[in-house]
Design a protein around this ligand. Structure first.
Ligand code: FEO
Length: 395
């Protein structure tokens, strides 16, 4: 377990979580990393730590270049425990170290851990000298928590933005030019969709702040380090945070006896015939985190549910709870479903989606029992009209 030098005297000393498959509900088929960075300067500085169970790995990597007791400064960019979980053990060893964090960071760390740590609170415009280097701090509240901040080393031309620009990828490759761009884009998009999507306005502010800085490397707290694809990933963050979409559709549905599924396939077929690409998800076959990744850039989102005991199916209810929390904006919505009697599900789904302030150019479709040819034609016609609307919106 060695440190990886990413620039002269700046080392990656993180932990690789090879077997992580679920990050608080976000399915992570490629695992993840928690990235800590060690800077060897007059004051030896560590930026962020790792999840508690990877402390020994981080310690071994630090020890490959310096005795951890010699750490003088620890920067905590973000309180969440995947980055702060090893602080207690680390600060037992580096017991004289100063812990640099934001105001909310100090409050959060005191609430998470019983400690008498030596805090230094920093705010916008503050910096500290660690020898040849000055570290600047830029608050980026809500990217990902209110306490979040970026650390910037001008001398190294590195931005340490913690969760921002992260991806859940476990690998021994450390840089973006060592893995395929397709994998990086997919995992960066999935990360954005599942973690950062509700905070588009705050991301815009953060991008505006960091655009004033000169850097050639972005060293996030998860996944690989960006040094070759900055020109790709920064514009993507700009687009995603503005909720810019592409002209394709996502259909999410559940079904009891196949009726709502027939409607879903009729809609998909109609959209496809009009040249609109479709991603179709049976909500019990796809993890929510995969569906939301498809939704990230989709213009049209259609949701289908049958009625069960006067309600939408619980699986659709769970998905809508997840979707509502992540708040994709500026979309076209469409709702469909089937019922035996009652038929409340479609209105319930529609009411939840209305809270998202999407556009609904077509009325809901609610079919009694099994759809007839006429019912399927109705859905297909709506699909054609929705396709036109999607194309119109993209011009
Ligand atoms: Fe990677 Fe918000 O923690």
């Amino acid at each position: 377990m060695n440190a990886v030098e990413i620039k002269p005297d700046v080392y990656w000393v993180g932990g690789i979580d090879w077997n992580l498959r679920n990050f608080h509900g976000y399915i992570t088929p490629r695992g993840s990393t928690y990235n800590s960075y060690l800077i060897l300067d007059k004051k030896v500085t560590l930026i962020d730590t790792v999840k508690h169970y990877l402390f020994d790995e981080m310690k071994a990597r630090i020890s490959s270049v310096i005795d951890p007791k010699k750490i003088d400064v620890v920067v905590s960019n973000h309180v969440e425990m995947d980055h702060s979980g090893s602080l207690p053990k680390l600060l037992d060893i580096a017991s004289d170290a100063t812990l640099v964090t934001s105001t909310r960071g100090e409050r959060g760390l005191k609430q998470h851990y019983d400690n008498n740590w030596k805090f230094k609170v920093v705010d916008a415009g503050d910096n500290i000298s660690i020898g040849k280097r000055t570290l600047d701090f830029i608050p980026i509240p809500m990217v990902h928590w209110p306490d979040s901040m970026v650390t910037y080393s001008k001398k190294d031309s590195i931005l340490f933005p913690n969760d921002a620009f992260g991806q859940h990828i476990a690998s021994t490759e450390r840089f973006d030019d060592q893995l395929e761009w397709g994998i990086l884009r997919e995992e960066a998009a999935k990360y954005y969709a599942n973690i950062v999507l509700p905070f588009g306005g705050q991301v815009q502010k953060a991008l505006s702040e960091v655009s004033k800085l000169k850097f050639d490397t972005i060293a996030p707290s998860h996944g690989i380090i960006w040094r070759s694809h900055l020109k790709d990933i920064i514009p993507l963050y700009d687009k995603w945070s503005k909720n810019e979409t592409k002209p394709y559709a996502v259909i999410v549905y559940d079904t009891m006896w196949g009726s709502t599924e027939k409607l879903a396939f009729a809609l998909a077929s109609s959209l496809e015939s009009e040249g609109i690409n479709v991603r179709l998800h049976h909500v019990q076959s796809s993890p929510f985190s995969e569906i939301i990744t498809d939704i990230l850039e989709a213009k049209l989102i259609a949701i289908g549910s049958p009625t069960l005991n006067n309600n939408m199916l619980p699986s659709i209810g769970g998905f809508l709870t997840y979707l509502k929390g992540l708040k994709p904006l500026h979309r076209i919505g469409f709702v469909f479903g089937s019922y035996g009697w009652g038929g409340q599900a479609v209105k319930q789904v529609g009411d939840i989606l209305k809270e998202m302030k999407w556009e609904f150019p077509e009325d809901h479709v609610n079919i009694n029992f099994v759809p007839t040819e006429k019912d399927l034609l109705l859905v297909e016609n709506k699909g054609k009209k929705l396709a036109k609307k999607v194309k119109l919106n993209e011009k």
